[in-house]
Structure formats: C-alpha cells, structure tokens
Design a protein around this ligand. Structure first.
Ligand code: NAD
Length: 482
C-alpha cells in the first residue's frame, strides 16, 4: 500500500473521499518524486459538490447576509492567506515547480485581491430608471447568478483561482472549483481557509481530478449558472460549446503568443531585461509570456546579444533555493512538448542561438534550458503556436507599420509589450495592437484593480477590476405601478 499522503475533495465544508474510491499521484517536477495522492473525481463527486454549492447559495446565512458582511468575510480570507503565506508558497512550489521566491512575491499580493473585492462587496447596486409614466417606478437589481463552476490550470493555481473566486463570492455566488490534475494541493488548502474565514459550508467546493472526467462533468452539470475557465484555447472552445448549448455565460481566459516589440529609440539594456523577464519567468509557463520578440533592425544584434548572454547565465535548479532563477516545467509531458517545439523549429529552418536542451537539473526533474531561436518568421508553427515554455523567437523589423502588422498576425490577443522612448509612438501602438493588455517599457505588471481581457482566441469576458463583477451578476428590471 502506498505511503503517500492522500488528499480528498472538499465538499460542503468537509474533506470527502472520492465516491469511485480512486486516487491519482501528483509529482514534484523539480525532482520527479511522487508528492501526494489526490482524489480522482467523477461525475458523482461533481454532483455532490454542485448540490453542496446550491445548498450554500440558498442558505439564509449566505443569501441574507448583508453585502457589508460579505465584504468582512472576504477581508478575513485575505488576512488568513497572508498569515499562511509561507506554507502556501512552499506547497505550490513543490506542486508546480515555480520558484519559491516568485511564489512569495505572489503571496505578498494575493491578499490584496480579496481586500479589493471586500471593498467592492457593498458597492454592487442597481439603478432607478426614468419611465414615461411618473406613476410607474422602474428599478434594476444586480443579483448573484447561483453556482459558478471554475476550472483552473496548473501554472498559477492560487492566483488564477482567486481571479474567479474573489469576484464570484463578492457578488454572492457559491463556487465549485476543479483545479488542474497537476496541482490540487494549494486550492484544497484555500478551501479550508475559506471555511475558517467564516463563509458557510459549501461556499467553495473543490473536486480534484482529470479534465476529461471531473472537468467535463462539471462543465456539463445542469446545476451551474456560469462557467469561468482559465486554460488552453482548445479546452476553452469545448467548454464554450457546452455552455452555449445551455445558454449559460462563460468567462474564458485562454492562451497567448504575445509580441514584445523593441524600437530603435528604446533603452536597449532595459528592454533586454524586459524581454528576458517576459519569456523566462516561471520557465515561460505563463499565458502572457512575451514569446515573439520583434527588434528594430538597427538594435537587433545588440538586443540578441544581451538576451542570449543573460539566458546563458540563468541559474537552473531547485526552485526552493534563493539562488535559482529558473525552475522546472510542471510535468514531464510539458518538458517533452517544449523540446518537440524546438526540434520542430529547427526543422522549419530556425537556429538555436542558445539553450534548446532538456536537463534534469541534477535533481531528476523536468527542466528545459532558456532558449533563443533566430532565423524565424511568422509562417513557422514555432512562432504561431503557444509553446508554454522558456523559448523566445526573436525577429528583426524595419518600420512601425510592418511590426504592427506582424504583431497582430496571430490568432491570439492576450498581451503585448512595447519598448520605446517616443511617447507618441507608445500611444499609437497602444491603439493599434490587438491585445487586451499593453505594457510600455514594462512587462507583466498587473493588479486586482486593473481589468484584463483576452482579445481574439485569447478569451471572452473580463477578470479583475470593477468590470469583473458584471461577469458574476445578472440584472433584473422591476416595474411597480405606484
Ligand atoms: P488545459 O486547457 O489543458 O487545462 C486547464 C484546465 O481544464 C485543467 O484543470 C484541466 O483538467 C481542465 N480540462 C481539460 N480538459 C477539459 C474538459 N474537456 N472539460 C473540462 N475541463 C477540462 O490548460 P493547461 O495546460 O492546464 O494550462 C495552460 C494553458 O492555460 C495555456 O494555454 C495558457 O496560456 C492558459 N492560461 C491562460 C491564462 C489567462 O489568463 N489567459 C492564465 C494562465 C494560463
């Protein structure tokens, strides 16, 4: 019998073993060692969880709670996350290989998300609408939807779950989360903190398991009022089709292939650091990775040199150590996928300027060297498709019009970076680039206050900011003949 620690589902405020009795193993990608066994969710578990969430939604302790008190609970949850930050950071580092340093940074701001929505909770309100008949009163109410199904990926489980959970609870909904099968641990711990904060049992339920099994069962469940998904564009399309057949809303945060553009008037040293951070942070496993780098021909050689030099000096290793700069990919198949893309790029005519090889980091893990590809163009799959690894394709350009056309020539539209000292150009590019987030002389900035939305195949709907509340509420129009 296995000696590994076991985790169960979290349903109705308690740990619940899987009804099918089966578990699956989660590994530490830095070492390849088995970490724990998670409950393998099936449709029966999902059904229990949705029912628990529905009961919580109708529970007077939740339904009749004042919006101010809802805010208090969110604030308390943020505080608890802060108090347990180190434990959560270490847990997620072991689960998905993200640097502990980076996780501590994420945990330092995570409470702010809950505090932001705590402040919004008592500001969700309707309007009084003028009518043509003064004896008739018409007003609107902004109401919660009901049970929200949330499906999240492995690259930032806590943060990406929070982007859904905080506004959904703020608006008075209840939630069932199906985390990625590669990273169940921290979302389960978050559910315990939700209970500890004083939310009614069932406000947040977590069913762990595989996408095609527990995930599909959740997406297809008739008890959901909404599906909020972060993950690949391919899975997003399946989810959108299922939701459309039942006319329920979706918020979809999907893939990206973001351009990072360096003009000849940029501070090239600074831009090179931005390019490196844009693609190599989290070993390139971020939806906003600046994986397509366009450099003006007059600064192309210098940028290439600087990025390649830095890439070669990046310290690969144990993500728990302070000196490590690049951790592993989250699982073996992901490492193989990245390696396959580099091979494909070479067969398409690309040159590997630096990196290009898988390594076990001396630890038995799933590492991949920071990689720079040159001799690439927009016709190649390695430039068109999301790799989700530490692989930058760097290309020269000559004119502003040309680079706008190249940058926009993609199915995705999540983010874009622009490096320039020309203010007018910065504004022009912010206007012309087809992406939901534009960064000028910076990359990766984000906050709970700032809405973000993927354009084109990168998504539907808004996360963060005041606008996200609309994603989790519906409008009712009330007419009263006075
Ligand atoms: P994925 O689509 O393979 O899986 C995401 C989640 O969906 C997992 O929990 C998985 O179990 C589940 N799933 C898979 N098939 C399903 C199905 N048929 N029905 C229901 N659920 C199913 O994505 P991933 O590999 O875990 O994550 C990487 C992707 O996420 C990348 O494309 C990345 O760009 C994207 N992402 C986007 C954002 C954003 O904000 N736009 C943020 C982070 C990651």
């Amino acid at each position: 019998m296995s000696q590994l620690r076991r985790t169960e589902h979290h349903i109705g405020g308690a740990a619940r073993p899987p009804q099918g009795g089966e578990y699956f193993t989660s590994t530490n990608p830095a070492t390849g060692e088995d970490l724990y066994e998670a409950a393998r969710g099936t449709a029966a578990d999902v059904d229990l969880a949705v029912r628990a969430a529905r009961d919580a939604f109708e529970d007077p302790r939740w339904r009749d709670l004042s919006q101010t008190k809802r805010g208090h609970l969110l604030r308390r949850l943020g505080e608890l996350i802060g108090e347990n930050a180190e434990e959560l950071a270490r847990m997620e580092t072991q689960d998905n290989g993200k640097l502990l340093r980076e996780m501590r940074g994420q945990l330092a701001v995570l409470p702010e998300y809950y505090h932001y929505y705590a402040g919004l909770a008592d500001k969700i309100q309707g309007d009084t609408i003028p009518t043509s008949d003064r004896r008739v009163l018409n007003y609107t109410r902004r109401e919660p939807l009901g049970v929200v199904g949330a499906i999240t990926p492995w690259n930032s489980p806590l943060t990406l779950t929070t982007s859904k959970l905080a506004p959904a609870l703020c608006a008075g909904n209840t939630v069932v989360v199906k985390p990625s099968e590669y990273t169940s641990a921290t979302v389960l711990r978050l559910a315990e903190l939700v209970d500890e904060a004083g939310f009614p049992p069932g406000a947040l339920n977590v069913v762990t398991g595989f996408g095609a099994e527990a995930g599909q069962a959740l997406v297809d469940h008739r008890g959901l009022a909404k599906i909020s998904f972060t993950g690949s564009t391919r899975t997003g399309a399946l989810i959108a089709a299922s939701a459309a057949s039942r006319f329920i809303g979706t918020t979809l945060e999907l893939g990206g292939k973001s351009p990072n553009i360096v003009f000849d008037d940029a501070d090239v040293a600074n831009a090179a650091m931005g390019v490196v951070a844009g693609i190599f942070a989290a070993a390139g496993q971020t939806c906003i990775a600046g994986s397509r780098v366009f450099a003006h021909r007059s600064v192309y050689d210098e940028l290439l040199q600087r990025v390649a030099d830095r890439a070669r000096s990046i310290v690969i290793g144990d993500p728990l150590l302070a000196e490590t700069e690049l951790g592993p990919l989250a699982f073996a198949d992901q490492r193989d996928k990245v390696a396959g893309y580099v091979d494909l790029g070479v067969s398409e005519g690309a040159t590997v300027l630096t990196g290009g090889r898988a390594t076990d980091g001396g630890l038995g893990g799933y590492f991949f060297e920071p990689t720079v590809l040159t001799d690439v163009d927009n016709s190649m799959r390695v430039v068109r498709e999301e790799i989700f690894g530490p692989v930058a394709a760097i290309m020269p350009f000559d004119t502003e019009d040309e680079v706008v056309a190249l940058a926009n020539d993609t199915e995705f539209g999540l983010a874009a970076g622009v490096w320039t000292s020309n203010l007018s150009r910065a504004h022009r590019l912010a206007d012309r680039l087809e992406a939901g987030t534009i960064w000028v002389n910076t990359y990766r900035a984000m906050s709970p206050m700032s809405p973000r939305q993927g354009f084109k195949n990168s998504g539907v709907g808004v996360e963060h900011g005041v606008e996200s509340i609309k994603e989790y509420t519906r409008l009712k129009s009330v007419w009263i003949n006075t």
